[in-house]
Unconditional design. Structure first.
Length: 138
């Protein structure tokens, strides 16, 4: 199991920790839905949950990473082995689809419409630079 990252200065019971646990829990719920809905990505939501839990709850982080079905989906990334190719492709497609929808239908400001594809390009480059895990977990 990957060690729990130490974000430093962790205070128990703060509002911030409760918010992180809530976001992590919602991310796990969306990830589980993603197991059954092909459009919804699973691993990115689990990675978000792991990041939130690492800062908000050692118990929840340990539960997620050691979980029989969910743990194997995030452990390769947390161990530095990267993401499965299928996961990378899904994540990149979802990023560009959500950016396109936002830029075309939801945003009126020109500077934001220009900024959104730049952000998507940055996320895409980050995902492409990650190592590709050998097994396709998602």
């Amino acid at each position: 199991m990957p060690p729990i990252p130490d974000p430093g200065g962790k205070e128990r019971g703060t509002l911030w920790q409760w918010a992180l646990q809530a976001i992590g829990g919602a991310s796990v719920a969306l990830a589980v839905l993603g197991l059954f809905l092909p459009v919804l990505p699973t691993v990115p939501f689990l990675l978000l949950a792991a990041a939130c839990f690492a800062r908000g709850s050692d118990r929840c982080y340990t539960w997620l990473v050691e979980h029989e079905q969910l743990g194997p989906l995030v452990r390769p990334y947390l161990d530095g082995k990267g993401l499965p190719l299928k996961t990378k492709i899904k994540a990149i497609l979802m990023v560009w689809a959500s950016i396109a929808i936002s830029a075309i239908f939801l945003v009126d400001l020109l500077w934001v419409r220009i900024l959104l594809p730049i952000i998507a390009l940055g996320v895409t480059l980050y995902l492409l630079r990650l190592p590709t895990a050998e097994t396709d977990a998602d």
